[in-house]
Design a protein around this ligand. Structure first.
Ligand SMILES: O=C(O)C(=O)C[C@]1(C(=O)O)C=C[C@@H](O)C=C1
Length: 346
């Protein structure tokens, strides 16, 4: 699995540099034996690992306040069969504190002592669908009246709703491939500086020379994103040595392991989903999350992505094999998508 072109082990991540995924990758793969390479999209990270141009990939998986990253779920489900060898071999958690980045408008700088824009009272506006809207956690550090467009990753927009609907209500939103991509777009617009802003990290402000117009703008203080590390081929004891020690499945300091499996069921059969879930109960694999995505085989038919945790099954491939064989009898099809060390709380 080592890259033939060099001695280094290539890690592909969702870039450009200073994305949250980049920061999670730097934290996970320390040391000179790793070469970190940014990719344009989550799909590109999967493709790089599937085609072995990278040994491992790092992608966002879910956020504690805004839920699953659908792009990643869909690529794991792999409806077109283009990513048959992708397996998850690790996870990483990162605290995500979003900032609004841009430029302070020169024409409004004299008004900046009045920190709230005149069009905002600083309170979220009640609507019929949200009669008691959440109040924003932070206030702008400067006047935001000059901002006409905001760029960010869809996940980040979802995590900053209260701030946006209070201080940047009605401002055009542009979804881009990552928060750091958003920062590069804003930094490159030299024609109308000040009219664009990005939701991105403090690190991105430093890297792209942007001003922090507001910080901590996410809806909840404790905002964590979980990232997955992916590799080509199944996770087994032999191919663990390329991973940093903290991710190696035999590291006894963290005995709890997690696993991921995709399956579909015959929806028309009564109890089909319950029967599939019972297999995991029987084999002492505790279910920790379940996601469903349209299978696109027929309308209203779903593929389920199930995350399980346990100890002995992962240590013993025969026991796991037994559980999967049993699952074969109650599902329409299933795929084991890897297992890894539980790193929650590290
Ligand atoms: O855009 C980035 O910086 C990313 O790394 C992606 C991503 C995500 O998809 O969840 C990662 C962390 C934050 O939750 C927001 C965006």
């Amino acid at each position: 699995m080592a890259d033939s072109s060099s001695e280094k082990i290539t890690i592909a991540y969702l870039g450009p540099q200073s994305s949250y995924t980049h920061q999670a990758t730097v934290d996970s793969f320390e040391g000179s034996r790793y070469l970190l390479r940014d990719e344009y999209s989550i799909r590109d990270v999967f493709d790089a690992v599937q085609s072995s141009t990278a040994t491992f990939g790092v992608v966002p998986f879910e956020n504690s306040s805004n839920g699953s990253v659908l792009f990643t779920l869909d690529l794991l489900i792999d409806r077109e069969g283009a990513l048959p060898d992708i397996h998850v071999c690790g996870e990483a958690y990162m605290d995500v504190q979003h900032c609004l980045l841009g430029y302070i408008s020169k024409s409004l700088s004299s008004e900046n002592r009045d920190l709230q824009s005149s069009s905002s009272s600083g309170s979220a506006t009640p609507t019929s669908t949200k009669p008691f809207p959440q109040e924003p956690r932070s206030k702008p550090l400067t006047n935001l009246r000059h901002i006409k467009r905001i760029y960010s990753h869809p996940q980040a927009f979802g995590q900053c709703e209260a701030f946006l609907s209070t201080f940047l209500k009605g401002v055009e939103r542009h979804e881009v491939s990552s928060t750091s991509k958003a920062a590069t777009i804003v930094a490159r617009n030299t024609e109308e500086p000040g009219t664009e802003a990005a939701i991105s990290s403090r690190l991105a402000a430093d890297v792209h020379n942007l001003t922090v117009l507001a910080n901590g703008i996410q809806d909840v203080q404790d905002n964590t994103t979980r990232f997955l590390i992916i590799q080509r081929g199944p996770v087994n004891h032999e191919n663990q040595s390329l991973l940093p020690k903290k991710f190696q499945i035999l590291d006894e300091s963290r005995p709890k392991k997690k696993g991921l499996i995709a399956f579909s069921i015959k929806h028309e059969e009564q109890g089909a989903l319950a029967n599939a879930l019972l297999v995991f109960k029987k084999h002492a694999l505790n279910l920790t999350s379940i996601n469903s995505r349209p299978s696109r085989l027929r309308p209203w038919h779903y593929t389920f992505l199930l995350e399980v945790e346990g100890e002995k099954e992962f240590e013993n491939p025969d026991l796991l094999h037994l559980a999967l064989k049993e699952l074969d009898t109650v599902t329409e099809g299933n795929k084991w998508l890897g297992c890894w060390v539980d790193r929650f709380g590290t």
